[in-house]
Design a protein around this ligand. Structure first.
Ligand code: ADP
Length: 268
């Protein structure tokens, strides 16, 4: 029957995927997608076969980060096509799978009940033709809602780990700690926390300052026995890179901002 067939297809896909990484954040706008794209770029630069699954249903922006806006995919005998980001610095392209490729228009809002979202999580992993991958990075929707639970269940027997993005503000931090607890309670291995907008680099003098105090973050993470594995500055270079559709780790890998992602790349 249909669900048995879908289950088989899913297992077939998963068998060809190595490490799966859920990139999480408990809020929108903290840089989760930016981190996902740069991690993908960093891993691909090291020669790994990398896929990026955009699970952020209400803000599927990975197509933007990889300059694939407006692209559409077809259903082939091998499954739904992924779109590929090619670059001189990459031995092989990064494969991107996103709901954005399936929409009639780019500005259509998604208004789905949970059952639909649940189905889409299955399709994202099972229907896209991911091929052989060393890493599949999943750009999660913010929060610890339905999609996360669906994926955590779906991937229960896989090699899966989580990364959590946060900004240093107290409000974002409190929420991120909930995501940490979710992982700990589920027994989902946590690679660590990436602090985004951790400091500001002055575009004029190159000097650095902190908008938000870091002390609370360090203390809270220590209490939960979680490591901060990378600190990414707030930088115009990062904002421009995302807008222009080229992760900084591909475009300007030697820039200090791109280098700031490297510890996270190596932690994967
Ligand atoms: P999320 O996925 O958490 O919603 P995004 O990665 O989409 O967040 O980032 C939101 C916006 O902030 C994007 O326009 C992105 O370019 C910008 N941004 C993220 N991190 C930084 C940073 N460290 N410096 C400058 N701009 C950033």
């Amino acid at each position: 029957d249909k669900s048995h067939h879908e289950q088989q297809l899913l297992q077939h896909r998963l068998a060809r995927i190595g490490q799966i990484i859920l990139v999480m954040a408990n809020k929108g706008g903290v840089g989760k997608s930016t981190l996902t794209a740069n991690l993908a770029a960093g891993l691909a630069r090291e020669g790994y076969r990398v896929g990026v699954a955009d699970a952020d249903i209400h803000g599927p922006n990975q197509s933007r980060f990889f300059n694939l806006v407006g692209q559409r995919v077809h259903l082939t005998p091998g499954g739904l096509e992924t779109r590929q980001c090619h670059h001189d610095r990459l031995a092989q392209p990064i494969r991107v799978g996103s709901l954005a490729f399936l929409m009639d228009r780019d500005d259509t809002p998604i208004v789905w009940r949970d059952a639909y979202k649940h189905d889409f999580m299955h399709h994202l992993i099972g229907s896209f033709d991911w091929g052989e991958l060393d890493f599949l990075l999943i750009d999660m929707p913010p929060g610890t809602g339905n999609e996360l639970i669906t994926l955590a269940d779906l991937l229960e027997h896989q090699d899966v780990a989580a990364l959590i993005t946060t900004t240093p503000q107290e409000v974002a931090l409190m929420d991120s700690l909930k995501a940490v607890r979710f992982c700990q309670e589920r027994g989902l291995p946590l690679i660590g926390v990436v602090e985004n907008m951790a400091g500001v680099t002055c575009p004029h003098c190159g000097g650095e300052f902190h908008l938000f105090p870091r002390a609370h973050l360090a203390q809270a993470l220590a209490q939960l026995e979680v490591q901060s594995i990378a600190q990414i500055p707030l930088s115009p270079a990062l904002a421009t890179a995302s807008d222009s559709g080229q992760p900084l780790l591909l475009d300007a890998p030697d820039s200090p901002e791109a280098q700031a992602f490297q510890p996270a790349v190596h932690a994967c």
